[in-house]
Design a protein around this ligand. Structure first.
Ligand SMILES: *Cc1c(COP(=O)(O)O)cnc(C)c1O
Length: 364
């Protein structure tokens, strides 16, 4: 849909829209979504109750500093509340961070299969975007450091990665931070951080680096994708700049209340993660047994690698015929892969059974 005579700014008219999942099923079948990395279950009942309770304040603007939400995050993640910024999903934070630190002549660097919004945010501000090769679907710190140019302003790494699901140890994150110039800002997006406990960046010494931003979201482990709440930990000199770019009160009062209550219910979130990890491991094993390759995941999804692009397309079609929709990876230059979000056990059963029969007919 690129229009040549657009009256929009040239860099916008040339930009591809951010690709969202195609959720249409064959013949109006009920949708069994494995496409959007959503939680296997609704948010904590406490979050639903808390959201309902603030609806009566609907006439009032939210406090743009979200004091209750930031205090709750500070308490449960043991971080100074002054260092936390909240926004309408980590997507808003990514857009604001890129707007603050990158632009024409201020490059953005990410890894080969980095989250698509990193590139999209760079295009919006005309910042050149570079990528560093991954190794075995895993971020390579050496390749990232080698790809830094004198005008690289910003480096984005999702850890664990999306769409790969792979995770680098804390020691590698430390090595990356130490290998970057002091004036380069490093953003580590931990959207899936809750699914893996070990080596928590938030409780590490890296947290005190002056050029490091850590992002988290309520959209995955907390099951609040619809509420649109993300947060980040910022060194104060960087946070004060990004703060200027966040739309005031972009998190609604209902969303902020739901988020606070969800974070306060750590037991529910932990249970979601445990259930998800168990379902993921079962799925990984079953898919491997039928002869497909799964990348080891530390998230609520699995990247499945097919022997060819044609076979990935064929499996996608077979799954859609029973209403199951996974995410095609053509946009990530991985057309031989499908990304399967862990869904509830009923959906997982339908998907696995369909893949088993498909494999019998299509894999030698
Ligand atoms: C899902 C996801 C996000 C979350 O975005 P929200 O705007 O908070 O819903 C951020 N980063 C990555 C890598 C993701 O996969």
């Amino acid at each position: 849909m690129a229009m040549t005579n657009s009256i929009a700014n040239e860099h916008i008219s040339k930009m591809a829209p951010y690709a969202v999942a195609n959720l249409s099923t064959a013949g109006g079948l009920p949708l069994l979504s494995m496409a959007q990395n959503e939680s296997i279950r609704p948010p904590s009942p406490n979050a639903i109750e808390a959201g309902r309770a603030v609806m009566k304040l609907g006439a009032e603007y939210p406090d743009p500093d979200y004091p209750n939400l930031r205090d709750t995050i500070a308490e449960f993640y043991r971080i100074d509340a002054d260092r936390i910024l909240c926004a309408a999903g980590s997507m808003e934070l990514i857009n604001c961070i890129t707007q603050a630190f990158a632009g024409p002549g201020r490059r953005v660097l990410s890894s080969e299969y980095g989250y698509a919004l990193f590139r999209n945010s760079a295009e919006k501000v005309m910042a050149p975007f570079d990528t560093a090769k991954e190794i075995n679907y895993t971020v390579s710190v050496d390749n990232l450091i080698e790809s830094v140019r004198p005008d690289t302003a910003l480096v984005y790494v999702a850890n664990p990665g999306n769409p790969t699901g792979t995770k680098l140890p804390l020691s590698e994150m430390v090595r990356l931070r130490e290998g970057l110039p002091d004036q380069t800002v490093l953003v580590i997006d931990e959207a899936y951080g809750e699914f893996t406990d070990e080596e928590d960046l938030l409780s590490s010494s890296l947290l005190d680096a002056s050029n490091l931003i850590i992002l988290r979201t309520l959209s995955k482990a907390y099951g609040l994708a619809s509420a649109r709440v993300g947060w980040g930990v910022f060194p104060s000199n960087l946070g004060s700049e990004v703060r200027k770019l966040i739309i005031p009160s972009s998190v609604s009062s209902v969303s902020a209340a739901m988020a606070s209550a969800a974070i306060a219910d750590q037991a529910y979130m932990r249970e979601t993660c445990d259930l998800t990890n168990k379902l993921r491991e079962d799925f990984h094993r079953q898919v491997t047994e039928i002869g497909l390759h799964c990348i080891n995941s530390h998230t609520n999804f699995v990247l499945i690698e097919f022997p060819s692009v044609d076979l990935a397309v064929s499996a996608d079609k077979a799954l859609r015929d029973v209403g199951v929709i996974m995410r095609g990876m053509g946009g990530y230059n991985l057309p031989q892969c499908l990304r399967a979000t862990v869904a509830n056990s009923n959906v997982m059963k339908v998907a696995t059974e369909r893949l088993v029969t498909w494999a019998r007919e299509n894999l030698r």
